[in-house]
Design a protein around this ligand. Sequence first.
Ligand SMILES: [Zn+2]
Ligand SMILES: [Zn+2]
Length: 171
Amino acid sequence: MKNHKGSSMKRNINHSPETPFKVRESAPILMPKKDGVQVLCPFCKVPHPILPGQDATCGTSLRVMAVQTIIPSRVARLGKLTCLKCHKGGGGDMVRYANGYIHLEDCAPATRLLAEPPKFSRLAKIIYQLPARVRKLVEKRTGRAQAVEEIDPEGKETGKVLGYFFLKAKV
Ligand SMILES: [Zn+2]
Ligand SMILES: [Zn+2]
């Protein structure tokens, strides 16, 4: 077993004013397994698995957090970053997206960038191509049919439709 105890590990001793307790935080030990990675307690001499929301015998639990870097408006303006969604620059807090950037606030609610391709549906394609009035009626039952348009890494539409899907899959 190999771990990087000591060298690459940071130990923060935090003191919160509300409680008399101190908390220590450390990156867990990651053990590659056949079917994934096992997350082990970094505090015990004999490392054991730790889980989110569950205190181990030693009192350690795993905290999982999603972390995203925000580019402040000022920096976005200085860097002349343009948004993949609204194609505007000139400021506003931004986050990275693919090879570009998008505004943190929803600047173009009609446009959604998909981190993963949705489940395409042939029925959605048929409904999408119906005359508007008929389509509206059908969509009351099926959910809105949406086309997924391809964009290049710079955020320009390539004109290619990748597929169609229902915005809200109804059961
Ligand atoms: Zn432990
Ligand atoms: Zn935007």
